[in-house]
Design a protein around this ligand. Structure first.
Ligand code: SAM
Length: 426
């Protein structure tokens, strides 16, 4: 066990009790040390590429134009990550200015307010250090492609900065103890259906695809159970971060790994019950990602799900969690899932119908009601074997005055296998 893991427990307790009295300067060094403590990389054994990440969207036939477009996009995401600190601090500036513009009598009423702003700056510094680690490994993250950063300035948008912040919250969902409840609510129903209906046994390889897998925890859990799991993602925000967590977080064994500290809710200015909630630290990863019992059973494929999966009848199962509604046309997703599943293959879906493209100008978004989706699933050729409803959360904020709770649909369907007769109702 790295001594820092023990040390950080002490620090956490200390942080909770004593932060009020620590001077800002000391506090800053304290947090930065806390974040970096134990990161003596030269002495760590990295299990390099525990998980193969391949960029399937690139091919030798890509035109120069397409290549250029991809590298510009890559740079935009890198730049948005690298600008996190400046962007987040700038957003706090206005809060600080507004505080200082208050009449002295009002300031006196809220002594904790400016303190929370000052502490937020330190938490932002700490997040920036984690982001530095995430971006360190991007250039060589794919087994089949490397990137060289461009010298020219590639601008990013405020929506890119928002994506950096939501990626930090996704770390909580997928790779922290704080995300345990979300994973129990959203991933467990999927895992239960797969283990019941497609149990791992003997030498039979069961191939499960998880499209839009975010930071990869669901395919990781499936690989841990012995499935040959592939996570698919097209967002560089997610891919950089999952590469860091899956392949680069240091450790030696299941019980011996390094945890990082993140402040996912820093900068959240509204609906706070107490500032302590917005400044709460979260540790990740909660498990050592390199501790999968089987090697080579987890892979990650980068690219658009609709474009990179062409092989028909390859997968035993396609498992979607909060993904099916990311399509501009959900019918095309369902047809694709049907075509890439083997006869007898399982489609498991869990999530809401939020329709990510709805209302976007220049996008042709088609929205189906749940009932329509069920009809389409059958028209595509599936036999539905289970439908259920249950609560789902997505990057929920603990102790906030605002939270979303989804009434998620769990739907399990099978692609009929003509050899076994129509129906295949199990
Ligand atoms: C709402 S998130 C869900 C992430 C994860 N499944 C979870 O439950 O935490 C949807 C994810 O799908 C990814 N995504 C959306 N469209 C995609 C596509 N066409 N191909 C691959 N990934 C896609 C997004 O980048 C995003 O990470």
């Amino acid at each position: 066990m790295f001594c820092t893991v023990q040390y950080s427990k002490m620090i956490k307790a200390y942080y909770l009790e004593k932060c009020v009295v620590i001077s800002l300067v000391l506090w800053k060094y304290f947090i930065i040390y806390h974040c970096y403590a134990g990161l003596n990389f030269s002495s760590m054994i990295f299990k390099v590429s525990r998980v193969n990440m391949s960029n399937v969207s690139c091919s030798e036939n890509d035109t120069k134009e397409e290549e250029k477009e991809e590298i510009l996009h890559y740079m935009k995401v890198i730049n948005a990550f690298k600008a996190y600190r400046v962007t987040a601090l700038r957003a706090l500036d206005e809060c600080e200015r507004n505080y200082h513009a208050l009449p002295p009598t009002h300031k006196k009423m809220i002594p904790g307010n400016i303190k929370a702003i000052e502490e937020s700056k330190v938490c932002i510094d700490c997040n920036a250090l984690v982001i530095k680690e995430i971006t360190k490994f991007c250039n060589e993250m794919f087994i089949n492609k490397s990137y060289k950063e461009l010298a020219e300035h590639v601008p990013f948008t405020s929506s890119d900065s928002d994506k950096v912040k939501s990626t930090l919250k996704q770390i909580v969902r997928d790779w922290s103890i704080d995300g345990e409840e979300e994973r129990r609510l959203c991933y467990m129903p999927i895992i239960d259906e797969i283990t019941q209906r497609l149990p791992v046994s003997g030498n039979k390889e069961i191939h499960v695809l998880v499209p839009g897998c975010g930071l990869g925890r669901l395919p990781w859990e499936l690989a841990k159970l012995g499935y040959f799991a592939q996570g698919n993602e097209f967002s560089f925000f997610m891919l950089f971060t999952s590469n860091f967590i899956l392949n680069k977080t240091p450790g030696e064994s299941e019980a011996d790994y390094h945890q990082f500290t993140l402040y996912p809710w820093v900068g959240k200015r509204c609906n706070n019950i107490s500032w302590k909630d917005a400044l709460r630290a979260v540790k990740f990863p909660d498990v050592f990602p390199g501790s999968l019992p089987f090697s080579n059973r987890l892979s990650m494929a980068a690219g658009d799900f609709m474009e990179i999966y062409d092989a028909e009848a390859y997968w035993d199962c396609v498992a979607c969690c909060f993904f099916i509604d990311t399509a501009p046309n959900i019918i095309s997703y369902l047809e694709k899932i049907y075509s890439i599943l083997k006869p007898g293959g399982l489609f498991v879906n869990f999530g809401p119908l939020l329709y990510h493209f709805f209302g976007m100008s220049n996008e042709r978004s088609i929205e189906l009601s749940y009932q329509e989706m069920v009809d389409v699933i059958q028209q595509v050729g599936f036999v539905i074997i289970k439908q259920d409803w249950s609560k789902g959360l997505y990057t929920n904020v603990p102790r906030s005055m605002l939270n979303y709770e989804y009434n998620c649909a769990l739907l399990v369907a099978r692609k009929p296998d003509p050899r076994e007769g129509y129906g295949n109702s199990k």
